[in-house]
Ligand binder design. Structure first.
Ligand code: CTP
Length: 405
């Protein structure tokens, strides 16, 4: 399986098995993953960051601050960036710190900030591994949801024979692939996503637009592709870029162009997510010459209604297709959203309330409520748009019966 585009944080700690982390890095990178290494001070005694950064293609992070210019390494950013964190090798000391939250190095602070699943591959001497304290720490981590790749039995660095050898890098990669395969529940599905604003031309230099950045739609496209779906991303004018091989991007400018592109591809789709902020109206007439002020005190523009993409797709929708809309509201969120859901024949509507701080246009965070056809709804906390996208996709396509977090 390809790990194309997967963001993996690889934690390396002070064990002789650290040399195997170099092979693990190489294998992950070869499979297409982006690997960010975080190494403990003891880890650096066993393997040099130069080797690791050459293999990963990224600077290795070890200290809280970059030594040259004192730039702060943000463990919080890493926690949001990662799709998976793996600590390999994980020493008894690191496992103990993880279990207790002793955040005295960059690796543990990264672990504590991690929003993605975490795997550990312990490596230590057999007596340390079977010690009641280590057993207890591993059990505690497993209870906390950390996945443990058991060490294997064999000759150890101490020349003793027993259980404590870190699993071979090839097998760790298989474990990681299996994890991502289980997340691939949209494989074989086709999803259409509209994103960003539309620009409605007035004359050659002016347009009517809005503050939508497209970030929410792009995050949704990325999440669908990460889960194996083929994505058609119809984007209004935005400076964002996206590179996932499963995403086909169609750039448009106006609502009419977006409508044409969306209605064209929708019949082949399994689902459509309409996150674009489409202009409801456009100038009745496009002036080919720049409009002049010419001493006018007042100026009015005649507007005409744009096609409603969501409503058109709602009419076209077949029994097997799922349609998800957004509702950006400033007041009476539930009633307005419910009306839109019914009028446009949507299956789900994601409500953004502009009354919520950190929600809506432009920013990097959002806070949403998903309303279903039967009137049930589920609300999520304030999160990064990437995480909100994960919640929406998991909820809508994996159907979680209820979730509040
Ligand atoms: N939408 C669309 N085409 C339009 C207008 C809206 O596809 N011309 C979609 C949006 O992408 C969103 C949903 O319809 O998924 C609701 O958009 P919103 O702007 O909140 O609602 P409107 O129907 O435009 O209603 P109003 O502006 O009166 O709130």
């Amino acid at each position: 399986m390809s790990l194309q585009g997967k963001h993996i944080v690889l934690g390396i700690t002070g064990s002789i098995a650290a040399y195997k982390a170099a092979i693990l890095t190489r294998l992950l990178v070869k499979k297409g993953a982006e690997v960010q290494i975080v190494i403990t001070p003891a880890g650096k005694e066993f393997i040099t960051p130069v080797t690791l950064s050459a293999l990963s293609g990224r600077p290795v992070i070890s200290e809280f601050f970059a030594s040259k210019d004192g730039t702060w390494h943000s463990h919080v950013d890493l926690g949001l960036w990662a799709d998976l964190m793996i600590v390999a090798p994980a020493t008894a000391s690191t496992l103990a710190k993880m279990a207790c939250g002793i955040a005295d190095n960059m690796l543990i602070t990264t672990y504590l900030s991690m929003r993605a699943p975490v795997i550990v591959a312990p490596a230590m001497d057999l007596d340390m591994y079977r010690h009641i304290t280590t057993r207890r720490n591993i059990e505690k981590l497993a209870q906390d949801g950390v996945k443990v790749i058991e060490p294997t039995v064999g000759e150890l660095a101490s020349h003793l024979e027993g259980k404590g050898r870190m699993e071979e890098p090839e097998n760790i990669v298989c474990f990681i692939e299996e994890y991502f395969a289980s997340q691939n529940y949209l494989q074989g599905k086709k999803v259409l996503i509209t994103a960003g604003p539309t620009y409605e031309r007035i004359d050659p230099v002016r347009f009517i637009g809005n503050f939508s950045s497209g970030k929410m739609g792009f995050a949704l496209a990325e999440e669908c592709a990460q889960r194996g779906a083929e994505v058609w991303l119809i984007a209004g004018p935005t400076s964002l870029s996206i590179t996932h091989p499963l995403i086909k991007r169609i750039d448009v400018e106006s609502a009419q162009q977006m409508h044409m592109a969306a209605t064209d591809v929708f019949p082949q789709m399994d689902a459509a997510i309409l996150s674009a902020a489409v202009a409801d109206y456009r100038p009745q007439e496009f002036k080919t010459e720049k409009l002049k002020r010419e001493g006018k005190e007042d100026f009015s523009l005649n507007l005409t209604i744009n096609p409603d993409i969501a409503a058109s797709l709602g009419q076209m929708k077949g029994a097997e297709q799922t349609l998800i809309g957004f509702a950006l509201e400033t007041n009476d969120e539930m009633q307005n959203a419910k009306k839109k859901l019914e009028k446009k024949n949507l299956d789900f509507i994601v409500i953004n309330s502009l009354q919520e701080k950190g929600a809506g246009f432009g920013g990097d965070t959002n806070k949403v409520t998903i309303l279903m056809r039967n009137g049930d709804h589920v609300s999520f906390g304030l999160k990064s748009k990437k995480e909100v996208a994960k919640d929406i996709i998991d909820f809508v396509f994996h159907i979680k019966s209820s979730k509040e977090n």
